[in-house]
Design a protein. Sequence first.
Length: 240
Amino acid sequence: MDFVLTIGISIAAAASAVIALFPGLAPFRIPLALLLLLVVAGLTWFGHVGRLLFAVMTVAFVLVCVSVLVRGFAAPHSVCTASAATDPGRSAALAVALAFPVATALATGAEAPSTAIAQLGRLDDTHRRRFGRGTLALLSVVVGGLTLALTALAVRLHIGIPGEDSTQIADIAVAAAGSGWLYGAFQLTSSLLLLAAGSSFQAGPGLLKALAGSAERPGMIPVVPGGAMTLLAVPHAPNS
């Protein structure tokens, strides 16, 4: 279920990022999301090449995002007019309680590297644990750092509620860098990063493969040679 939700939310967010850059595509939001879904599903069939492409997308987004943050804090293009409410009308505890489930969504990305690390067949348990701890620590630093920095920039630039065909992160980027090439690069790389919902397409079959085991060491899922489970699990699950 977590894999399905990750794919659905990521594809919807990627479509919103594209529409924020090209508002004329707003009437085609659902077909655009379905097209992006097909692109992600198709890329997973290329095995390690597809994984390399998703890795390049991630690195490109981090670099562009850092550039936007530097520009926004050093010399922002504009400052919006939204201001913090002095009397929100609700208790702070209620706001935290409602925001907490949304904030914990940041942790859902941990399932993909966790599943992939468990399938590194060339490493023993000790090295898998060491590699896993380092990977998850780096994930926490990058995701947490970018989230806190973008939040601080949103407060600094007085970013309010986004319009119907925009997103808050797009409003942050356009206020920080203007509507030029850096904004376009930010939106494109963020949409490409969100297409990394492909991690669930890749980790899901790998998890099925791990649960199925092998002919010598059967697992929790029975495998019929040539069956659907074999077709799903064998070609796309990384062993190394």
